[in-house]
Design a protein around this ligand. Structure first.
Ligand code: G3I
Length: 373
């Protein structure tokens, strides 16, 4: 590991672990991480936080201008899909790390820490897994996958989203567990298996459980917050080595009841268990806003500011990632398009890679956040 890697890892780890147990580098030491003095990560790092974004293999291969802005703005990266089963596991006996390794090489070239996403999810699984997974083979398959993948990236990723989106109360299972292929094969024990395997394969990576729909004063979100708190308490009680909650933060501008006190209370309830929290996939849907750019950008910025202001109040929140950096590419346009089919303006940079009001709102939220030690 060269100096840049080590410095980035330390910086990233310092932010990634909220400073716990990691030698923080002298503030004066120049760092390549989000090295532009005015990038979003520079704003976050000044308060002991990190800012980063999801990146994908297509963007890396075909959009150098986008990636230049990623290097300027970001101090943490995550692969949007190249480290998931669907990409990593073409067959039951093979692993394809080529795309993930390219993304990691970009991160290390720019001295930017990277997080892993994800070892067990109900989506983006190869057809052979969906058809072959059974109660009798699931533990072996999951253990082998997690062990091989985490060891492949050992000491080069600062976090893992060990499990993703395990709760879905509408499935009617105990504790609001999602009736996923993993749950059907192993019950909620798949969570234990994934976390213990990850801890053993790479003890240096912060182990996160990641989910969405935790944000609003709405019955579904309230139920998921309740189920998540109960799940985290149960996992800790039975010795599952979970260290952090990833709150995805796919929020909406417009007609949704955001109550900062509800969000603050939930984050406090999580961190009072001794867990860290990070925002892992923030973007701001603008489906409810008019087509005109000025009011749309203003509404997105206002929603982003209110959300980050509330969440970042808790000093155990270690950082923020957006699910993409520029409106050039957002999953929202594929999965949740606007009625007028205009590209959503959900991210900090516009399609021309120019900073938008959301960028400024995020910078302001970082600047007002309590200083992390
Ligand atoms: O780039 C290829 C393209 O070359 C190919 O022609 C096309 C058709 O196969 O696929 C394209 O890749 C797709 C990629 O999105 C880019 O569009 C993958 O197949 C597709 O699986 C991938 O979907 C991702 C999805 O997770 C499933 O992995 C989305 O990008 C990604 O934004 C989404 O991310 C999830 C988080 O992991 C969890 N939280 C919710 C979030 C949004 O759904």
């Amino acid at each position: 590991m060269n100096l840049i890697d080590r410095r980035a890892l330390l910086l990233g780890a310092a932010a990634a672990f909220g400073g716990r147990g990691t030698p923080a580098l002298a503030k004066t030491e120049a760092s390549p991480v989000g090295s532009a003095h005015d990038g979003l990560n520079a704003q976050a790092r000044a308060r002991g936080l990190f800012y980063g974004s999801a990146i994908d293999q297509n963007m890396l291969a075909n959009d150098p201008a986008y990636m230049d802005h990623v290097a300027r703005e970001c101090g943490m990266l995550v692969s949007e899909y190249s480290m998931k089963w669907g990409t990593l596991r073409p067959t039951p006996t093979t692993f394809d790390f080529s795309a993930g390794d390219k993304l990691l090489a970009f991160a290390r070239k720019h001295g930017i820490p990277m997080r892993g996403h994800t070892l067990a999810w109900h989506m983006d699984n190869p057809p052979w897994l969906v058809s072959d997974l059974k109660p009798g083979n699931a533990e072996k398959i999951l253990t082998k996958h997690a062990q091989t993948v985490v060891k492949h990236f050992k000491n080069r990723l600062v976090h893992w989203d060990v499990v993703n989106e395990v709760l879905w109360s509408k499935d009617g299972k105990p504790g609001g567990m999602r009736d996923s292929l993993w749950y059907r094969a192993l019950g909620d024990r798949y969570i234990d298996i994934a976390f213990h395997t990850c801890a053993e394969a790479d003890p240096t990576a912060l182990r996160c459980i990641n989910d969405y729909g935790l944000d609003y004063a709405l019955p579904d979100d309230e139920r998921k917050r309740h189920d998540m708190l109960n799940l985290l308490a149960a996992l800790l009680k039975r010795g599952v080595p979970v260290q952090a909650l990833g709150v995805q933060g796919h929020i909406t501008a417009g007609n949704v009841p955001f109550d900062p006190r509800v969000m603050e209370q939930f984050i406090n309830d999580v961190t009072s268990m001794g867990l860290k929290v990070l925002l892992t996939e923030v973007d701001v849907r603008d489906n409810d806003l008019p087509a005109d750019l000025a009011p749309r950008d203003a509404g997105v910025a206002a929603a982003g500011a209110a959300y980050l202001d509330a969440v970042l109040k808790n000093p155990h929140v270690i950082g923020v990632l957006t699910w993409g950096l520029s409106d050039r590419r957002s999953w929202l346009n594929d999965e949740l398009p606007r009625a007028d089919h205009l590209p959503q303006r959900a991210l900090p940079l516009d399609t021309e890679l120019q900073r938008k009001p959301l960028w400024s709102a995020m910078a302001a939220s970082f600047q007002k956040a309590p200083q992390r030690t």
